[in-house]
Write a protein that binds this ligand. Structure first.
Ligand SMILES: [Zn+2]
Length: 624
């Protein structure tokens, strides 16, 4: 076997590190047995040295792993203090340094060690002098979660991360519990995630204490009486605790919340009522030693229920609320999007990914409409795959999005657009935005007419692709005029297409079945149109003053040519950049004063004219 460059660099790196550490820090190499004590960190070499930043002397180890010198050395306190001792000291004594790869210089391991040793000395000094206690609070989760027992249960939280202290609801599970603001919120989340199971039937109260400060490790509750002490730090805590102690619960769940330097933090604690004869009698008969029935102060009950002899079981909390999932609590648009309701008509290779992107972006409620079942041929460019063949596209897609995003509400309707409005017009009328990705002129024309005549108020987005997805369109209409028809021919084709195709079939191919026409574009080419429409949808949702607009995406000229198309001279004339391709353009959606759909003359007519309800499919737009 040849030695290899990596092996030689490693040997040289270790030799350089050894020379530096032994000469400058009087270090000695660790024995195999000593290295083994750090086995979980997989060291290949290590050294021991001493530092004395202030009063005390500390024995330290530095170890390197098999990626060295392409990985940074790690430093540990060899005499491991009880966790948590100081900020940035892990349970095995490892010092959490600012491990930025910018200081990684594989050819100069001595320089790297020098920089890191500076951090080591500083961290130990600040720890010994207690100068960095606030780091415990800023990185609360590290210390709370590190110090939990291995089999500690965890809690998923849907709670709003803010004051005041209050009662919330929890569904207690053996390994995982769910806590939320209301029973409906908790049970809905579970049904969305795991289906409508009989055990998701009720929740119990839990007590959320919103503390004035994030807890330091020495304040972590160890007994139930520590929880009483924490409740006293909160203005309405005493009253909450007394009311809580009146409830006959088999387990009392507390959620602790506070806002730290890096945002809000949550933790959870559970405690069981003590099995003393006194508490058993009280829970059975409502009497307590030394007090007449109905006369004992609730504070006394609380003190005996949450006593120092009752263990507080600390639990880990994972946030699954919308605000956390969409932007880690830092997206200012999230509260707005969470309240929005979008209807996506058409769940094909354009509509389905739009629904997915909007769910991922944090839209709170999405309804998807499509009457078709997924075929094997669809799976090459539809988010759903073989598992869903034969399933209705809208129901299959909504089901998947719902399980993956249980905090949102996603529904599918196995209906054509016309059937949907006959049965569910009120759903359409409650929408914040309607997106048509049907590429079906009949449905689009009907939607356009409904909007012109005031049956629906929400802004509309129409989106479709040209052949081979070489160009994509998204038209946002925010007012009754201009309407979709204003920019279209009466057959439902765009007045100025971006591409032209010399082949009379417009790039379409026919499957060996009657009428099965398709365009052989792929999943990758479609993405430009999908993100064009999704991006426009988000803009329309967060900006109510958004005006009607037409966005166009163009593929590269090379791809267009390879597919057999050309740019339409009417589209590129006077715009050099359009002739180059590979861009996104925004243009006005112009009003047509003679529009057969929205001009004042046509609206005055009592019935919808034939030209408004065309029956042909748009020849330029198939997105199944
Ligand atoms: Zn019009």
């Amino acid at each position: 076997m040849p030695e290899g460059i990596a092996r030689r660099m490693q040997e040289e790196g270790i030799a350089k590190a050894d020379a530096f550490l032994t000469s400058t820090w009087c270090a000695r190499r660790l024995s195999k047995a000593e290295l083994n004590k750090h086995a979980p960190r997989e060291p290949i070499e290590g050294w021991e040295f001493y530092v004395q930043p202030e009063e005390n002397v500390y024995r330290c180890h530095v170890i390197v792993d098999h990626q060295f010198p392409y990985s940074l050395p790690k430093f540990l306190l060899a005499d491991v203090p009880t966790f948590p001792s100081w900020p940035h000291v892990e349970p095995d004594g490892n010092l959490c340094l600012r491990r930025t790869n910018r200081i990684l210089r594989p050819n100069e391991p001595a320089d790297v060690l020098g920089v890191l040793l500076g951090q080591v000395v500083d961290l130990i000094r600040r720890g010994e002098l207690g100068l960095n206690l606030e780091d415990f609070q800023a990185e609360f989760y590290s210390y709370w979660n590190f110090s939990l027992e291995d089999d500690a249960a965890s809690v998923f939280s849907l709670l709003n991360a803010n004051a005041p202290s209050r009662f919330v609801r929890i569904w207690p599970g053996e390994t995982r519990s769910i806590v939320g603001e209301s029973e409906a919120q908790v049970l809905t989340w579970q049904r969305h995630r795991w289906g409508n199971k009989p055990q998701f039937d009720k929740t119990v109260p839990a007590c959320l204490l919103w503390l004035p400060e994030v807890l330091l490790p020495n304040q972590f509750p160890r007994s139930a009486s520590d929880l009483v002490a924490l409740a006293r730090m909160v203005s309405n805590g005493k009253e909450l605790l007394e009311r809580f102690s009146r409830l006959k619960l088999s387990t009392y769940y507390f959620v602790l919340g506070a806002t730290g330097a890096n945002g809000p933090c949550f933790a959870a604690v559970s405690s069981q009522p003590p099995q003393t004869p006194e508490i058993r009698t009280f829970r059975k008969h409502g009497t307590l030693n030394g007090f007449r029935k109905g006369k004992m102060p609730q504070a006394v009950v609380a003190a005996r229920l949450f006593s120092s002899s009752v263990k507080a079981q600390r639990l880990r909390i994972d946030r699954v609320d919308a605000n956390w999932i969409h932007g880690r609590g830092h997206d200012p648009h999230q509260p707005v999007l969470a309240l929005k309701h979008v209807i996506v008509i058409g769940c094909g290779s354009v509509g389905a990914p739009i629904a997915e992107q909007l769910t991922k972006a944090g839209v709170g409620r999405i309804d998807i409409i499509d009457p078709e079942a997924l075929t094997a041929a669809n799976t090459g460019r539809h988010p759903l795959g073989a598992e869903s063949i034969g399933t209705n596209k809208a129901i299959g897609m909504a089901g998947r999005l719902q399980r993956d995003h249980p905090h949102a509400t996603v529904r599918g309707f196995d209906l054509s657009y016309q059937e949907f409005i006959f049965r569910h017009l009120e759903i359409l009328q409650s929408a914040s935005l309607i997106i048509s990705a049907t590429a079906n002129w009949t449905a689009e024309n009907l939607l356009n007419a409904q909007r012109i005549r005031g049956e629906i108020d929400a802004p509309l987005i129409f989106t479709w692709t040209e052949p081979h997805a070489c160009a994509g369109h998204a038209v946002l209409l925010c007012a009754q005029s201009p309407c979709l028809q204003c920019g279209m021919t009466t057959e439902g084709a765009l007045k100025t297409n971006v591409t032209i195709w010399t082949d009379s079939r417009d790039g379409e191919l026919t499957e060996p079945a009657c009428g099965a026409v398709f365009q052989p574009y792929g999943f990758i080419e479609l993405q430009a149109t999908i993100s064009l429409a999704s991006g426009l949808a988000i803009e329309a949702l967060i900006d109510p003053a958004k005006r009607s607009v037409h966005r166009v995406s163009q593929t590269t000229t090379a791809f267009l040519k390879s597919a057999g198309g050309e740019w339409n001279p009417n589209w590129i004339e006077g715009y050099a950049e359009r002739a180059t391709g590979g861009l996104q353009t925004e243009i006005n959606w112009e009003k047509n004063e003679q529009c057969p759909a929205c001009s004042s003359k046509s609206i005055d007519e009592s019935s919808i004219s034939e030209s408004q309800i065309g029956i042909s499919n748009s020849p330029s737009a198939l997105a199944s």
